[in-house]
Design a protein around this ligand. Sequence first.
Ligand code: CTP
Length: 403
Amino acid sequence: MRSVLSGKKVLLGVTGGIAAYKTTYIVRLLVKAGASVQVIMTPAARDFVTPLTLSTLSKNPVLSHFTNQEDENDTWNNHVELGLWADLMIIAPATANTMSKMESGAIDNLLLAIYCSATCPVYYAPAMDLDMYKHPSTQHNFDQLTSYGNLMIPAGDGELASGLSGKGRMAEPEEIIQFIEKDISSKLPLRGKKCLITAGPTYEAIDPVRFIGNHSSGKMGAAIAMELANQGAQVHLVMGPSAVLVHHPLVHRVDIRSAQEMYDEVHRVIQTVDVAIFSAAVADYRPLHPVGQKIKKKSDTLSIELVKNPDILASVGAMDKKPFLVGFALETENEMQHAFAKAEKKQTDLLVLNSMRDKGAGFGVDTNKITIIDKDKNISRFDTKPKTEVAKDIAYEIIKRIL
Ligand code: CTP
C-alpha cells in the first residue's frame, strides 16, 4: 500500500541518547515508504550509532558539522538550504538537552541550526529517563515546543535503559512512522472529498470483433486520479479500455467499454461526488445496429449507420445540483474559440484545453500542454510537462476553487 511519505524529502535529526540505535529502523521504514532521507546527527549521537550505518541505510552521507573537514575543499553544509529542502523534519530521539535548546533557540550544532531554519512541519520523539521526563523544565519545554508548532510523538511507558520503568521510552520506529503518516493524511486538502474521473477511449461495437474507437491511452486521466488520491480524495475512476495500471488505495476503478456504459456508471454515482472530471475521449457516434455475428466481406463497400452517443459531460452540466465540473477539449484548430464555446455549452467550472497542434500534447505521449479556462473566462496557460506534473497543476486549480 502506497504511503503518504512516498516522494517526501525527510530530514532525520538524531541526538545523543541510547534510543539513537533505533533510528536505523526509522531510516529503513522511511526509505521503504519511498521517502528521501537526509540524516543529521549531533556530535553526541555518533557515540550511540555509527554514521556509516545511517548513511548506508539512507543512501546519503550523514551530516554532523557545519563544514565537511574530511573534504579537501572544506565545504560548508548550508543549514538554510537543508531546512528549505525538506518536506518534513523528524528529531528522534529528542533528548532533554536538545529539547531545551530547541525551546530557547540556542544553536551549538548543525542539527539545531537546521531546526531553526526549517519551515516544514517538525516532529520530535522525546526519549529520556523517568525522572528527567517528569522534571518541570522538561514538561515546560514540551508545552513551549508545542506552542511553536512542533508535533510531539509521545514517549511510551515501559522498561528504560537505566533499568527503571515508566514514561520516557522513545516511541517505537513503527509508531513514529504511523504517527507521521496519520498526521499527514489528516491534513491532506482533499481528505473527505469524493471525485469522479472518466478516462481513456470508448469502444463502440460494430460486430463481436470490431469496434469504433480512438487513440486515447487513458494516461492523463490515470495521472489525475493518482494525484487527487495523493491529495486525500476518494476517487471513482471510470475507465475505457486502457492498458494503464492505476494502483492507489483511494482509487476505485470501474472498467467500461462503450459511451453508454460510461454514461450509466457516471450517473449511478454523480450525486455522491464533490468533483467530476471528464478526461475521457468518448466516441461521439456508435453503430445504430451492431451486428450479432461477425460481418463477412461479401460486398465491395460497406455502410454503417451511426447514431449520436449521449454527451455525458453535457448531461451532468445540465443538472440542477451538480458537482464542481471539469471538462476537457481536444482541438486541432481555432482552439480558444472552440474551448470557450464548449465551456459554455457544457457548463463547466474549468475547461482543460489541449491542442493537437502543440508538440508533446494529446494522445499516447507522456507529456501534455494545457490551457485552463475557468467559469469567469480567466485563462491560465501552462508549459509542456510530464502528464504527472500536468495532473498536479489541474489538481491545484481545482483545490484552490473548491476549498
Ligand atoms: N464528452 C462526454 N461525452 C461525450 C463527448 C464528450 O462526456 N459523448 C466530454 C469529454 O470527456 C470532454 C468534453 O466532453 O471532457 C469535450 O469532448 P470533445 O470530444 O473535445 O468535444 P465534443 O463535445 O465531442 O465536440 P467535438 O467532437 O465536436 O469537438
